[in-house]
Structures are given as structure tokens and as C-alpha cells.
Design a protein around this ligand. Structure first.
Ligand SMILES: [Mn+2]
Length: 437
């Protein structure tokens, strides 16, 4: 029998809503999973990618992650992982650093046997390079086998990777595919193999409404009832409360009705999303957000759906012009690259004289990344990974990427010399693991 915790999409280092508290939440969620693993004495923690939110985690994220991994190591629980699209760098992976430190095992085409089970790994591979994959895995003589992979697999939402092809072309017969990338937890059976996503461990977007958690996977024909060789159970995580308030205003109702509705919820330390629909009087989103903050919310965002009329004309409130711009940009569902450029021009503290050079460098960086257009694809992937098909969900789901472009480029804001660096290969956009290994 082999019992493992299957988790993924922890997105450590994501300053959601530009909040340092949220940044800590993502690390805390990882720590909570590891605590459970240690308490429970599982045989391993299997991580299916996107441990980090981007390929340039800050030192504090790395140190926090290392200390959590060390706790796991001290308890004698191996950490087996693959590389996700968010954290993938060229020239080496953070996971390699952790492996060098003796804190992790990077899964690949050779079996890593824990108890009765052989674990294999398949890192995220962009769609454009999937045809080259031969799914050649080395033999094993364990009782069970599992493939840990990062990507959007069938039969779940937004899938672009054919699970049956993977299973039939693989040299190894897998009892389970333990997946990451899709933040919505779900389990299905494909060609006699269990295929499962544990979901993200903190809400990386407001579209991730259901509770967060991870999987407990047991490889044991007896425990699983004889018929099945694998048992997959979901366990809940206690994460940052998200409060979703929808208010449908009737004729004559306005801000006081919105406040009344908001007050019905426990807002303490919560992320609060308020959506206003219907008729009624104009409401100033910023005023309601302030009210929610006064009521104890960690962060509040108000979306007034009534501002878009039947003709698609936007009725902009100039109470907060930045807010209006942000809302409109959200509706456009821009790619990461486009947001990068937009932010460089509008938001970032880039001196006007450097905007041209900054934009050029950011676009070059994107093109220069491993896989070239992979960066553009990854964005699309995340946008589609959001639940629900409306503009808000897509824009929200894209936020980790949007933030990535600002949070991981502090130098562009503080160091004009760096901004003007004509050689993308020599700036910090290209993380070289050789410096660490
Ligand atoms: Mn992810």
C-alpha cells in the first residue's frame, strides 16, 4: 500500500490584489498541506506543478518554501514534483535547486518508487511542442504506477491535452494520473485510469468559488474495494475566506441597499466581491469598497454590472478613473503580453523617457523565453482555466499572470540602467540556475 498527498497549483509568491497578506496566504496554504502530511505520516507528498506563481520567486518566497520543505524532509516524507507553466525557467528549474538541497525529487521518465508505487513525471509542455513527445517511460517492477503531470487534460474543462493519447502511447500502464494546472478539483476515469486534479490550494482568482483542498491517494487494491486499485479522497483546506455578495437593485434602491446586503455577511479578514445588477440608483463602487474595508474586510472589489448598457456602451464613473480603466481592461481579457505593455505605459513607475525601451525589452523577453510564444500560450491557458465563461471570470483567472509582470520586475521601476539593458540574456529576466547549483 502507498498513501500520498496529491497537491499542486500552490502559486507561492502571488501578491493577489497587490496584498502582502495574500502573498503570505499562498505560502501558508502550502504549509498547511505539509502539516497534514507530517501529522498523517503519508508516504510522500506529490506536487503536480506551479509551486511558484512565476519563474522569478523572490528570496522570501524561496526561503519560506525551503523551510516548509525542510519540515517535510525532517519528518522523512519525500516531496515528488514536476514543473508547471507558471514557474518554468530556461536553463534549470527551482525544483532542481531543491533536489540539490536534498529536499525534493524531480519526477521524469525514470520511476521513483515509494512503497508499492512507481511515480513518473511529465512537466508542462506547450501545445506547439506536444507532437514531439513520445511518452517513453522506463520500466518498473512496482505494484502500481502513477503519472504526475501539469497541463489541461481531457475530460475536464478547457482541456487541450488528450488524456487517452497519453495513456495509450505511454510505455507504462498507469493506475492514476495525478494532475495540476486546472484549478478546479475533479476526478474522472479515462481508459481504466483514474485522472484527477486536486485544484489550487488558495483561490488564485475569484472564479475559484468552491472550497480549496488536496487529494489523499491510496494505492491499494484491498483498501479501494478490490475492483479499483486506487482510492482518491478529497480533503478540505482552511483558507482565506472569500465572500461573494450579489445585489440585484430594484427601482429606487441604491447604495444603502448594497450596504445592507454586504452587512449580512461576516467580512472579517475576508476577500469580498460584490456584484451589482438590476435597476436602481447609481452606486459609487469605491464607497462600497471603503465600507466593506471598514467592516473588517481584507480586500473588497465592487463590480457594477449595470454600467454596461444594452449597446455595450460603458458608463464610466469618474469617481475613480483608475478603477474605470481597470474594469474596462478586465472586460477586454487581454493576454499577459498585452497587460505587460499596458502596465508599463500606464501603471508602472517607468519614467516617460524609458517607456519605449521598457516595452521593447518586455516584448523581447517574452519572445526570448524558453519556447518563444509559450508565454502567450500560458496566459491563454490560465484564462481558460477559470470557471465560467464570462468576461469577469476570464479576467480574474488571468490575474496571476497580470501580476507576475509587475511584481517580478521591480528593477524596471527602480533601475533605469537595467531598463535600458539591450541584452535580454544578461538581465534578471533570465534566471540561471547555474548561479545556485
Ligand atoms: Mn496553476
Amino acid at each position: 500500500m502507498t498513501r500520498v498527498i496529491h497537491t499542486g497549483d500552490t502559486h507561492i509568491g502571488y501578491s493577489q490584489y497587490h496584498s502582502p497578506v495574500r502573498r503570505q496566504d499562498f505560502l501558508d496554504a502550502f504549509e498547511a498541506v505539509v502539516d497534514d502530511a507530517v501529522d498523517d505520516g503519508v508516504d510522500a507528498v506529490v506536487h503536480a506543478g506551479d509551486l511558484f506563481n512565476d519563474r522569478r520567486p523572490e528570496l522570501r518566497d524561496l526561503m519560506g518554501t525551503i523551510s516548509v520543505l525542510r519540515r517535510l524532509d525532517d519528518a522523512g516524507v519525500p516531496f515528488l514534483a514536476v514543473v508547471g507553466n507558471h514557474e518554468s525557467t530556461r536553463g534549470g528549474q527551482w525544483l532542481d535547486l531543491f533536489e540539490r538541497l536534498g529536499l525534493a525529487t524531480r519526477l521524469g521518465d525514470e520511476p521513483v518508487v515509494v512503497g508499492d508505487t512507481a511515480f513518473y513525471g511529465l512537466d508542462h509542455v506547450p501545445v506547439s511542442r506536444r507532437d514531439e513527445l513520445d511518452y517513453a517511460f522506463a520500466d518498473h517492477d512496482a505494484e502500481y504506477a502513477a503519472l504526475v503531470a501539469h497541463g489541461l487534460f481531457e475530460p475536464f474543462g478547457y482541456a487541450d491535452w488528450d488524456t487517452e493519447t497519453v495513456l495509450t502511447e505511454s510505455d507504462v500502464e498507469f493506475d492514476a494520473m495525478l494532475l495540476g494546472d486546472n484549478h478546479t478539483p475533479d476526478t474522472a476515469r479515462v481508459a481504466d485510469t483514474w485522472v484527477t486534479y486536486p485544484g489550487s490550494t488558495e483561490r488564485a482568482s475569484a472564479s475559484e468559488r468552491e472550497g480549496r483542498g488536496y487529494n489523499l491517494v491510496v494505492f491499494d487494491a484491498d483498501a479501494a474495494g478490490g475492483e479499483d486499485r486506487v482510492e482518491i479522497r478529497r480533503r478540505a483546506l482552511d483558507t482565506r475566506p472569500f465572500v461573494f455578495v450579489s445585489v440585484e437593485l430594484r427601482e429606487g434602491e441604491g447604495e444603502s441597499r448594497v450596504r445592507e446586503r454586504v452587512r449580512e455577511f461576516d467580512l472579517a479578514e475576508a476577500v469580498v466581491h460584490v456584484e451589482i445588477t438590476g435597476e436602481g440608483d447609481p452606486v459609487t463602487p469605491a464607497a462600497v469598497e471603503e465600507f466593506a474595508n471598514d467592516e473588517g474586510a481584507l480586500f473588497a472589489r465592487v463590480t457594477d454590472r449595470r454600467q454596461v448598457d444594452a449597446d455595450g456602451e460603458v458608463d464610466v464613473s469618474f469617481a475613480d478613473p483608475e478603477d474605470a480603466v481597470r474594469d474596462r481592461l478586465d472586460e477586454l481579457s487581454l493576454s499577459t503580453a498585452a497587460r505587460d505593455v499596458e502596465r508599463a505605459v500606464r501603471e508602472d513607475a517607468v519614467p516617460d523617457a524609458n517607456v519605449r525601451e521598457t516595452v521593447k525589452r518586455r516584448v523581447e523577453e517574452r519572445l526570448d523565453e524558453d519556447g518563444g510564444l509559450d508565454a502567450f500560450e500560458a496566459v491563454e491557458t490560465d484564462a481558460r482555466a477559470g470557471e465560467g465563461g464570462d468576461g469577469e471570470a476570464q479576467a480574474d483567472a488571468g490575474e496571476p499572470d497580470g501580476d507576475e509582470s509587475t511584481t517580478d520586475e521591480p528593477d524596471a521601476e527602480s533601475d533605469p540602467a537595467e531598463t535600458a539593458d539591450p541584452d535580454p540574456a544578461s538581465n534578471d529576466g533570465q534566471v540561471s540556475m547555474e548561479d545556485y547549483l
